[in-house]
Design a protein around this ligand. Structure first.
Ligand code: HEM
Length: 205
């Protein structure tokens, strides 16, 4: 089946573009704060802190925008995971990516207006948007105001546990993004999925 389907409304594309830019800024400033030598930093420490904090605050507002849009528009239906038979569907899609695609087989879950994500996409998008990103945001705010939550309620150790989750899950988000971009290249053409996120239309094989 070939053709174009309008799947990415303007509000979603605006959220996604800003989200991608902010996550890249957060990764650059976060990695710089964590690894560079203070005497010779990649980004000067105080600048990296401000860059990270500001990007995090804007990301939170943008995330609320995504949540609001996803709850109030038909886009929410694509994120409703059905657990029954999920493992089988994930394996079917995985087998397609590892074997079927090289034999030019048809995708087992073609993109339609009713179902725009294949099972692997749906699972990873739900995990990223409803588990990983919210935890990174919440732990980030807790680090911004440690005196309210972490030291008072949880004691000194709360700070370390919170920091641990923020950093580890932050790495998972970075990892998600790399794999996500790679899989986005597997479209009708190398660039067609990237074009979808600009013009809103998905191009089928
Ligand atoms: C430079 C970085 C990025 C690029 C080039 C990129 C590219 C794309 C493309 C081409 C699509 C449409 C195809 C598809 O649905 O799979 C897409 C959708 C999506 N991306 Fe990204 N992405 C980036 C960063 C991110 C990040 C950081 C996140 C989340 C943390 C993210 C989450 C999503 C989600 C949830 C969708 C589906 C949106 C929907 O249709 O409801 N992306 N991305």
């Amino acid at each position: 089946m070939s053709g174009k389907i309008y799947l990415y409304p303007v509000w979603l594309r605006l959220w996604h573009g800003l989200n991608a830019i902010l996550i890249i800024l957060l990764i650059i400033s976060g990695v710089s704060m964590q690894y560079t030598n203070p005497a010779n930093p990649f980004i000067r420490f105080d600048i990296a802190v401000s860059m990270h904090n500001l990007s995090g605050v804007i990301l939170t507002i943008n995330y609320c925008w995504f949540l609001f849009g996803t709850i109030t528009t038909p886009n929410g239906k694509y994120y409703k995971l059905t657990f029954k038979g999920l493992l089988g569907r994930l394996i079917k899609q995985f087998t397609y990516y590892t074997f079927g695609i090289f034999k030019h087989e048809k995708p087992p879950f073609p993109v339609t207006k009713e179902s725009k994500f294949n099972p692997l996409q749906q699972f990873t998008y739900v995990a990223a948007m409803f588990v990983l990103v919210p935890i990174v945001i919440i732990t980030g705010w807790a680090l911004l105001y440690p005196e309210f939550v972490l030291t008072k309620i949880m004691g000194g150790s709360g700070l370390k546990i919170n920091d641990f989750f923020h950093v580890i899950l932050g790495f998972f988000v970075s990892f998600f993004m790399l794999i996500h971009i790679y899989f986005c290249t597997i479209g009708a053409t190398f660039v067609s999925n990237f074009k979808s996120m600009i013009n809103g239309f998905h191009e089928s094989h």
